[in-house]
Design a protein around this ligand. Sequence first.
Ligand SMILES: *Cc1c(COP(=O)(O)O)cnc(C)c1O
Length: 388
Amino acid sequence: MKKGKVIPLSEPCLCGHEWRNVKECLDTGWVSSVGSYVERFESDVARYAGRKYAVACASGTAALHTALMAAEVGEGDEVIMPSLTFAAPAFAVRYTGAWPVFVDVEPRHWQIDVQKTADFISRQCKVSRKGIFNRLTKRKIKAIIPVHLLGHPVDMAPLMELAGRLGLVVIEDAAESIGSQYRGRNTGSAADIACFSFNGNKIITCGGGGMLATNDPKIAKRSRHLTTQAKADGVEYIHDAIGYNYRLTNLQAAIGVAQMEKLDDFVEKKRAIAKRYDEGLRGLEGLLLPQEASWARSTFWLYTVLVNAKKYGMDSRALMKKLSGAGIQSRPLWRPLHLQGIFKGCASFQITEAVRLYKEALSLPSSMTLGRAGQSRVIGIIKNNGRI
Ligand SMILES: *Cc1c(COP(=O)(O)O)cnc(C)c1O
């Protein structure tokens, strides 16, 4: 490691009313899972997503699990999702006893490939009155989870059209995309249910936490019930389902409320960082920069480039090591889920792009706190083929 501070990949920016709000919780004793900040955080996120209801959860993963249960996805069902994603949505599907089905991402914006998904259904599935069945596994396909990867929105219109035609529930995984827009509307506003994450490396954080948002009162009610231990009677402690303690605390929500006030500002900062990377790295041999679709406003949660080993002179992992040697954190994308041993038994369909992206992609430091000098250092080293 060189002298000087490490430049982190993505660190939180706690620069608003976080201290004040947390102090208020401590001073008043409202630290646990009931309190005014939980309600405020829920209404802030509901408003952001243009939804009637939002239910705070302990994590984004818990929100996904709850959303699936509320949508009645269960034992032996299947759920379509991209192979290239952080594993949480696939884990959540397995918690319910259902199985993920992995599809590819499209090459331009690296989001779930809706055309290939449609091909999968027309070639591999039997569509009948009883629903859609995977011919190979005989399982019923219940839902689809589009993940807005790296803060760039999925092309939701054709996806919603496909799902609507087939009667599939759509659960948007907006864990990486709060603050981004699809055709002028915030991500998380298009599907039946949307899930958000407030983990420390996400755009806004409350230390750890999540939320689901929906317009469906039944889903909202069922979700709240399941996340709060499924009490049918809170005095006699009669439970009518297997419940979960998936609540968010008022302390966490106090931070979340302060972070929501900063969301627009954070997105501006992230976009400015992306613009500086674009300008600094444009035209560099062997490096492909991320592209924003004409209908998208991305948050560039993690600014990610593709490294062509032949043309650039080294591959993404070698560049990662060089950057690390200079005290700069970077990271490849997630290993595609269909290649992971734990998901060996799951169906997948024609996945090629996800594998290529996994090999070539490298995410660069993208914190709101990244200064111009730090970013220039990152750009300089990449331009200089890893030499400091
Ligand atoms: C971070 C993330 C999650 C999980 O959120 P947690 O709050 O960490 O549980 C889910 N999906 C995606 C795509 C994520 O990036």
